[in-house]
Design a protein around this ligand. Sequence first.
Ligand code: HEC
Ligand code: HEC
Length: 267
Amino acid sequence: MSMLQRSAAVFLTALGLSASVAVHAQPAAGNPYNGNEAAIKTGMGLFRIRCADCHGMDAKGVRGPDLTQVWASGRTDDGLFGTLRAGVPGTEMPAIDVRTPDDEVWKLLAYLRTLAAPAPSEQVAGNAQNGERIYRVNCASCHRVNGRGGRIGPDLSRIGVARARPVLIRRIRGAMEDFLSGYEPVTVTTMNGQTVQGVKKNEDLFSVQVMDSRERLQGYLRSDVRDVTGGKQSAMPVFGPERLSENDLNDLLSYLSTLRGFDPSVK
Ligand code: HEC
Ligand code: HEC
């Protein structure tokens, strides 16, 4: 349909006829439903059922990122359509399968577009350069970015798209209730009384694998282990205001938001 409209517009222009009529008939962007009230309402319903669990009722992010910022970050309707169809492989973000018609995907995006917010102001945005310095001093020993850094914690190369700001703040300030899978704190006590502390990488009926604080991956057979105890305290230290001021946190978040893990020219 929009292909037809587009070629009609080109055709009219080529004929030298008033193209403005055709241009008006053409939707403002790639989404045929932008601004269409009924479609937006349908999109809202779909969003609440299929997306709100991870992205929040207000789309400002829970386990998934803040979606009110995606347009400000430079993404396009067509690019986002592709993301929704394909999901983000290797992450929690699922693909919308083929049983859902294109129409509904566009309606979802038309709804999200109504929530689109401008990029945060310079003040909120903080100083990413100082943030990077803070990161190198406090965080890089445990986290990797683009192949560099430690391995005790997860790779943060995509953290700028993967998590919403409030979630990052809770994690850094130590207010997160849950542990990420593969990073649960654990203490293993062997039959001969040796204890090893670290994060649990894997556990099955016969064995358990732990990465200790020196990044050594240790595997134990169940038969050699007396006890495996999960800890209550995350292996990530708490960065309270005495360690990291509000200003420094703001700068750090600003740096983390630049870690987008993909070629920014991809829309
Ligand atoms: C099970 C949790 C989950 C569900 C359900 C989910 N998402 Fe996501 N979504 C994520 C996560 C996590 C990411 C970040 C992936 C990454 O890049 O690391 C993401 C990323 C995205 C992105 C890309 C953002 C960007 O800046 O590139 C869009 C757009 C998106 N989700 C929209 C949706 C929509 C619309 C739905 C409902 C149809 C949905 N998501 C359902 C977890 C989820
Ligand atoms: C001693 C190692 C260590 C240090 C230092 C450390 N982290 Fe972590 N980080 C971890 C571990 C382990 C996890 C997984 C936490 C969990 O599940 O409890 C984690 C988790 C995270 C997450 C969540 C990632 C996700 O995918 O949701 C973020 C964000 C993060 N850290 C940022 C930081 C920042 C920013 C700093 C510096 C201010 C920092 N970390 C310092 C070990 C560390």
